[in-house]
Design a protein around this ligand. Structure first.
Ligand code: TRP
Length: 328
């Protein structure tokens, strides 16, 4: 595979190193990454620099997220995992790209708009935060990536990246950069267990990949369903019912899920039965991941060594690696 890998389409995606990964990350992107790593040249960026625009334990989470990648099945022989802060070329490119983006356009980016709201910045927006879409455009284009597996919330960032790409190509008079395509899964965004749009540790509505059996049981028990479905005999609503959204995302038996939905809608199916099914599905899904996380936690040296942005393979791909401070 390695001999022909130069011709494979390139994937670049990544995660802010702010919180350990959870089921929302799995559905939004990790699942695609595991599936595509053999047929694409894949790079994963531990986005610790972007994490500085957020809050959280940036440094400790670099190790945690690298561990999460390996536990869900990212194979370091197939995927190159790299650390954003160790690639100075990304910062340099960001500075250059700043000239191709206006503040007004950044403020109109729907993801940025939501985040400004959620954080209550008002007009006191940190400049580094406002400009992180520019940095993300640098990440994507420096690797010449054409495919970016991300959750739905990241789509406006890829759109903005492509605007920068088109501006630069126009300015250069030739297509120096390829446009990127956001790869968004069927269930593009997994809601939190409380039904809120976004799963996040800080909202206390997330199921982390490391969840214990008890935590999984408790999370499913607390999960938001249809508030008007009081008696089992009442007709229930499937849309907006988190339990069904999760079944759609994780239950491989689509026919059984459709059958449950029909019975729930008609009336006569209690929440506890649907929840029991989901709990079984999630327990079976997370048990092997949790075991891998435990095993990897005993060998942090191995995990850090895997974050090897200076490998020959990576270096031949992009000169971003040539001056990686980690590999010098
Ligand atoms: N914005 C992504 C997140 O919040 C992280 C990220 C940084 C990223 N650079 C990227 C995603 C490039 C896709 C492509 O987790």
């Amino acid at each position: 595979m390695h001999n022909s890998s130069a011709t494979l389409p390139v994937i670049l995606t990544g995660d802010r190193t702010t919180e350990p990964l959870h089921l929302g990350h799995y559905v939004g992107s990790l699942k695609n990454r595991v599936a595509l790593q053999t047929t694409h040249r894949q790079y994963l960026l531990l986005a610790d620099t972007q994490a500085l625009t957020d809050n959280g334990r940036v440094r400790a989470n670099v190790l945690e997220i690298a561990t999460d990648y390996l536990a869900v099945g990212i194979n370091p022989n197939e995927t190159t995992i790299c650390l954003q802060s160790h690639l100075p070329a990304l910062a340099e490119l960001t500075l250059l790209y700043m000239n191709f983006v206006t503040v007004a356009r950044l403020e109109r980016n729907p993801t940025i708009k939501d985040e400004i709201q959620a954080r209550g910045f008002g007009r006191d927006i940190p400049a580094g935060f406002l400009c992180y879409p520019v940095a993300q455009a640098a990440d994507i284009t420096d690797f010449k990536a054409t495919i970016v597996p991300v959750g739905e919330d990241q789509a406006p960032l890829i759109e903005q990246t492509n605007e920068v790409v088109r501006r630069i190509n126009r300015q250069a008079g030739v297509d120096v950069l390829p446009e990127a395509h956001a790869l968004i899964p069927r269930v593009g965004r997994l809601p939190g267990i409380d039904g809120k749009a976004k799963m996040s540790k800080s909202q206390d509505n997330a199921i982390p990949l490391s969840a214990t059996a008890d935590e999984i049981r408790e999370a499913v028990r607390r999960m938001f369903t249809d508030p008007n479905h009081i008696k089992a005999s009442d007709p229930g609503r499937v849309e907006g019912n988190v339990v069904f959204t999760y079944l759609d995302a994780f239950d491989e038996d689509r026919i059984a899920v459709e059958d449950l939905k029909a019975r729930y809608t008609r009336g006569g199916l209690g929440d506890s039965i649907v929840k029991k099914r989901l709990e079984d599905v999630l327990q079976a899904f997370l048990a092997p991941i949790r075991d891998s996380l435990r095993a990897l936690a005993r060998d942090p040296g191995y995990v850090l060594q895997v974050v090897k942005c200076g490998t020959a393979r990576a270096r031949e791909m992009t000169d971003a690696f040539a001056r990686c401070s980690r590999c010098a």
